[in-house]
Every structure is written in structure tokens, then in C-alpha cells.
Design a binder for this molecule. Structure first.
Ligand code: ZN
Length: 145
């Protein structure tokens, strides 16, 4: 709502970094076997880049074993722009991610592991293709139930 005080501020990269000082993080290496699946969140603007998002989605689904999630034309959860998510197994990472690097049509994409700790997985362990968008990390549980 315009003019209304925001109930929260989107987390920026620096805010995420402040939340996760090294002292607060695991100090011993974590096994990559903790990564159950990966998410690729593909962001778009419903008014302008939805066709690009549709093309990327169709092309990805034709080439890779992914679970394509619902279209969210309105921001949902921690996300501050319209997006859909692609869920894929670790053994798909090495082909799908490079493919997205070359074929994301200028869309911004967040790729992150799912280790059962949604806040950390989205804010700290992921990386971006394109621009890094703000995330409302406080909307993510620290740990899954
Ligand atoms: Zn996700």
C-alpha cells in the first residue's frame, strides 16, 4: 500500500550477510549430501517479460527433468517479484544451470539448494543469474517442520 509503513524491509544481500556472520554459521564443512534438491526461481514482469518466462519454462521442461511450479504473477512468500520455481535433483545441476546461464533471456534467476533450512538456503547459500533481487527473508522459516 502506497504511503503505508512497511511491516518489514526486504532483505538485501548485506542484511543477509549481517544475519549470517561467520560466527553464527556452521564452522565445520557441511556435506553436499545435505542438498536434497535445488530450486531455480525464475523472475519476470507480468506486464513485459512473461512471454520470455514462458519460453524459458517450455524449453527447460522439454530438456530437463524438472518440476515446474505454479505461476505467481503476484509476489508470494519471500519473493518481491512475480516468479515461478523449477525444482531439480542434484544430478541435473551441472547441465541445467549452464543452460540457464546461456538461455535465460535476460530474466533474473535465483538458484539455491534445499537443505531443509529455507531462510539460509535462500539468503545465504544461493546465487543469482542476472540481477540480485531483494528477498523478504523474515517470511522464511529458519528450519522446516
Ligand atoms: Zn526456493
Amino acid at each position: 500500500m502506497r504511503g503505508a509503513p512497511r511491516p518489514y524491509e526486504p532483505h538485501t544481500a548485506s542484511a543477509a550477510a549481517a544475519l549470517y556472520q561467520p560466527s553464527a554459521m556452521e564452522t565445520s564443512p557441511q556435506d553436499i549430501g545435505l542438498i536434497r534438491v535445488y530450486h531455480a526461481h525464475v523472475y519476470y514482469d507480468p506486464a513485459t517479460t512473461r512471454p520470455d518466462a514462458a519460453a524459458v519454462r517450455e524449453q527447460v521442461c522439454a530438456r530437463f527433468p524438472v518440476q515446474a511450479g505454479r505461476w505467481h504473477d503476484v509476489p508470494v512468500g519471500p519473493h518481491t517479484q512475480a516468479m515461478y520455481q523449477l525444482v531439480f535433483a542434484p544430478d541435473t545441476f551441472s547441465t541445467l544451470v549452464p543452460w540457464l546461464m546461456l538461455n535465460r533471456r535476460g530474466l533474473d534467476v535465483l538458484i539455491h539448494p534445499d537443505t531443509g533450512f529455507p531462510r539460509r538456503d535462500h539468503l545465504v547459500h544461493g546465487f543469482w543469474l542476472g540481477r540480485q533481487l531483494p528477498l523478504r527473508g523474515e517470511r522464511l522459516p529458519e528450519q522446516e517442520d
